[in-house]
Design a protein. Sequence first.
Length: 196
Amino acid sequence: MGFHRIWLDRDQQQYSDQALVIQALENKAAYASLVRRYEAPLLRYIARVMRDDFGSAQKLLMEVFIKTYIYLNEYDDSIPFSSWIYRIAHDEIADYLPRSKNDLSAVTTDDDTASLTAIAEALGLKEQDGQVHTTSEEVRAAVDQLDVRWRNVIVLKFFEEKTDEEMADILRLPIRSIVPLLSEATEKLKIHLKKS
């Protein structure tokens, strides 16, 4: 039985998300492959927006996968499955945060350092010598101070490296609104960075 599961997992790695969705409607093993495919990136996304509250992030991740399975019949393949499942995660975070009293300070990981440096560069914080003099910790603290709406946009763009189209799908916004929204979020971030 263990050998069969390993073979099935390897076999299903070659399938697209859409093919696995079609299979998952009839076979739970195919859905398990989707869960394994998205578990790590979704947990990372949720935890970053939740200011590294991993306990709550893991609970929300479970809710995301339950809702995804429940609504799998309603998946519209005109948008990528990744955008659809991130949208569900986004909605779960939005529902959870107003109820939550958690306001944990975040810890910067090595994985985040490159993203935080990219944020500093995108904000024009490079000095004439080409170095970024804003530390990763300062950028992370500023991101954490943002309202969840702006924090979510920053996390999707810089940490999850989503395209404007993907962000529009996830946030359920017209594509034309993403650039102004990102601009607004980065301006809010600059204000927080100037305060620190």
